[in-house]
Design a protein around this ligand. Structure first.
Ligand SMILES: Nc1ncnc2c1ncn2[C@@H]1O[C@H](COP(=O)(O)OP(=O)(O)OP(=O)(O)O)[C@@H](O)[C@H]1O
Length: 321
């Protein structure tokens, strides 16, 4: 639903986004994590048609951002990291203004305003002036604003930044509820645990390139000490996946190539040795077996250090789930 192909953006000679390949499936919440200056805002601005890429392509659905910006704008709701509010409007007027700007039919504006204010817990503030709202409330209103034209895709740039813990939790719960409404969400942050709680997949960006991408189950499993194992067999990987899925300590299985299977394992060394023995006894011709990485957060910290980690990055990129 959201896709970039070798996306690059240069500011003068400085390359802020470098050969970025993203693929966010419909209906998923994708967390885009990276330290300050990694290139998140630049990428999201290109997807929101606010900036042209230097090279490469970006798509929302089948619409390409540079050649079909009007179509893209209808498909997305974009919440920038910093946005202004109009001081002399009430909350209701503010949403009405954006509804009109987005071309929402006038009979729908009132209904949608009501629904969205309910969703972002601002019903009781409908007649308050926008400038009188707390920062958390303004951020929630900003999210409601993006949804006025009911777009299938949301692009949210650090929506919880600068919020106190309670407001962050409120924002997180609202974003989680968007998945239930079938929205595809791309959300950026520099805080991995915060994203892990509300996302289906996490992608890590470093110096403009995607260096790791994994399902949130993998992230959580690694954080909770489960092992991620990669097995290669001589024959059909699907058979092996079926066999492994029945094992009590296997919590998730993925066929990543015809003969290659990745799984999450909730046991220690002995159980793991037993698992491999059982597998051989069941007749599988095991070609290779290894454990994959530490926690994704460790990986993130490792990758964002200043030294060159080319070898590790390649390994990380291979972990694409
Ligand atoms: N208009 C610009 N001109 C020159 N350099 C820029 C411009 N905008 C951003 N940059 C640089 O490009 C790099 C990526 O910036 P970007 O804002 O995309 O990162 P980010 O991951 O969103 O960071 P943050 O979390 O701090 O918002 C940074 O080094 C930044 O200084």
């Amino acid at each position: 639903m959201i896709r970039t192909e070798n996306l690059c953006k240069k500011y003068g000679k400085f390359e802020a986004v470098h050969d970025l390949n993203l693929d966010v499936r419909p209906g998923t919440v994708f967390g885009f994590v990276g330290e300050n200056g990694a290139g998140k805002t630049t990428t999201l601005s290109i997807l929101a048609t606010l900036m042209l890429p230097t090279s490469g392509r970006a798509y929302i659905g089948s619409a390409e951002v540079t050649s079909e910006p009007a179509t893209v704008r209808r498909l997305i709701g974009y919440m920038p990291d910093v946005f202004g509010v109009y001081d002399d409007l009430t909350v209701r007027e503010y949403l009405g203004f954006y509804g009109t700007a987005y071309g929402v039919a006038s009979h729908l504006i009132e209904q949608r305003t009501k629904e969205l204010l309910h969703m972002v817990n601002l019903e009781e503030r409908a007649d308050a002036y926008v400038h009188a709202l707390s920062r958390g409330m303004q951020q929630r209103l900003g999210l409601a604003r993006c949804l006025m034209h009911d777009p299938p895709v949301l692009i949210l740039d650090e929506p919880a930044s600068g919020l106190d813990p309670r407001s962050r939790i409120e924002m997180r719960e609202i974003i989680k509820s968007l998945r239930g409404r079938g929205k595809t969400v791309l959300i950026s942050s520099h805080i991995l645990p915060e994203l892990a709680d509300m996302c289906d997949e996490i992608g890590i960006i470093k110096r403009g390139a995607l260096v790791a991408c994994a399902s949130v189950e993998v992230v959580t499993a690694r954080a909770s000490g489960q092992r991620q194992m990669c097995l290669e067999v001589l024959h059909d990987g699907k058979q092996l996946a079926k066999w492994a899925a029945h094992h009590a300590l296997v919590t998730d299985v993925l066929v990543i190539e015809e003969q290659k299977v990745e799984l999450l394992f909730a046991g220690g060394d002995e159980e793991q040795a037993e698992f491999v023995r059982d597998l051989l006894q069941a007749g599988y011709a095991l070609k290779s077996f290894h454990e994959v990485g530490g926690s994704l957060e460790d990986l993130f910290l490792h990758l964002t250090r200043e030294e060159d980690h080319a070898g590790k990055q390649t390994a990380a990129s291979k972990q694409m789930a």
